[in-house]
Design a protein around this ligand. Structure first.
Ligand code: PLP
Length: 401
């Protein structure tokens, strides 16, 4: 059998970067491999995850949600839906699992400065949080348009001591911020660690971010065995870059469990205003990795759209592109409207306001639930809480609340 190439998932992945970045990536790969083999690295990270981040997050059986869909009042006769409550982690989403791991690695590497990119600001806040905790300076690149749209997160980062650097190139959003952060890294490699926010970018980021997020799936596996005495039938998670989904899926890849990723169809695929990279993307290179990307006929990367700020990325992690090609995971998409309806449904049946991103996973579950047998058991990754989205939600739902 052919040996799998390091840093590849099938034909996807790799390291497509300017030569000047190669030493930094090789240094990072070596440092991560070394830390990965050290029990004290994982012990230190685990202590922070427990006592600082608040792990393990609960696996909550959403019986009211299941019952409301079946139209009755007895949750026991309906499919069992569990919510993995990443919304209860410190800073309100799964992103902190990754930034704690990477900033701790930066400390092991003797780095003093942290850089990151951010779109909606969630990864920037999670990075600034970890940098504050470990006493490191932090620069966050953010598109000028995003800075305008996401003022609360800009203020949070500044309060945490981070410098937010506006990016005026291109569409002034996430993909341009990543380009600028990579440019910064090239010139400050010796003292700087670049914290990537999802399972994207050149090797080793997709594997490393997956490993740090896999705590979600490991906990869920233990918790579902405790509560149900068996593995679930289906896992559902939203997919932007794909880190919360990969974190949930990874510890189940060797099982028969169905893996479902849900992308943002935005205003509908035919309108062109969407972020459904796995559904509509083509093979190409974006931000240092070969994967599926949204691009026009001239090869220009398209601007992605979603009502959920964390989903509008025109690429996707290479491991998802591979799982998609292998059909080991299935990918579906839901529209802005379906996600907004799911926010209302979950809020009113369970008293949990989900992030707009997570609401995409919930919306998919709501769609297929009526067709499932009552023996079905599903885990939905509730990747974050909705407080950050209140302005968007209330303006979109005007008159319906
Ligand atoms: C950023 C974000 C996402 C999307 O990122 P992934 O890497 O696909 O997980 C999903 N949910 C929330 C709450 C986020 O903040």
């Amino acid at each position: 059998m052919e040996q799998p190439k390091i840093g590849y998932f099938g034909k996807y992945g790799g390291r497509f970067v300017p030569e000047m970045l190669m030493p930094a990536l090789l240094e990072l790969e070596a440092a991560y491999n070394e830390a990965k083999a050290k029990p004290e690295f994982w012990k230190e990270l685990d202590e922070y995850l427990r006592n600082y981040v608040g792990r393990p997050t609960p696996l909550y059986k959403a019986a009211k949600l299941a019952a409301s869909l079946a139209g009755g009042d007895n949750g026991n006769n309906y499919p069992r839906i569990y919510l993995k409550r990443e919304d209860l982690a410190h800073t309100g989403a799964h992103k902190i699992n990754n930034t704690m791991g990477q900033v701790l690695l930066a400390k092991y590497m003797g780095k003093k400065e942290i850089i990151a990119e951010t779109g909606a600001g969630q990864h920037g806040v999670a990075t600034a949080t970890a940098a504050a905790l470990f006493g490191m300076s932090c620069r966050v690149y953010m598109g000028a348009k995003d800075i305008e749209r996401q003022q609360p997160n800009v203020k949070r980062m500044q309060l945490l001591g981070a410098e937010v650097i506006p990016v005026n190139q291109g569409s002034e959003t996430l993909k341009d911020a990543i380009n600028e952060a990579l440019r910064d890294w090239v010139t400050t490699i010796r003292q700087t660690y670049y914290v990537m926010g999802s399972v994207v970018g050149p090797h080793p980021y997709p594997s490393m971010v997956r490993d740090f997020q896999s705590v979600i799936g490991r906990e869920a596996r233990t918790q579902i065995l405790e509560q149900e005495g068996r593995l679930p039938d289906t896992l559902v998670a939203c997919v932007g870059g794909g880190s919360n989904a990969m974190g949930l899926f990874a510890p189940f890849l060797d099982t028969e469990v169905n893996l479902v990723g849900v992308e943002a169809a935005g205003e509908g695929l035919i309108t062109g205003h969407h972020s459904a990279t796995l559904a509509e993307g083509v093979d190409g290179v974006l931000h240092g990795a070969f994967s599926l990307i949204l691009q026009d006929e001239h090869g220009q990367v398209l601007e992605a759209h979603s009502v959920a700020p964390g989903l509008d990325y025109p690429g996707v992690g290479p491991e998802h592109a591979s799982l998609h090609a292998l059909e080991r995971a299935k990918y579906f998409y839901v529209t802005d409207d379906e996600a907004l309806n799911a926010v209302i449904t979950l809020s009113r049946t369970e008293g949990i306001i989900p992030a707009l991103e997570s609401a995409h996973a919930v919306a998919y579950a709501l769609k297929i639930l009526p067709e499932l047998p009552s023996s079905h058991c599903m885990i939905i990754n509730l990747s974050g809480r909705g407080d950050k989205d209140l302005n968007i939600i209330t303006s979109q739902l005007e008159g319906r609340l």
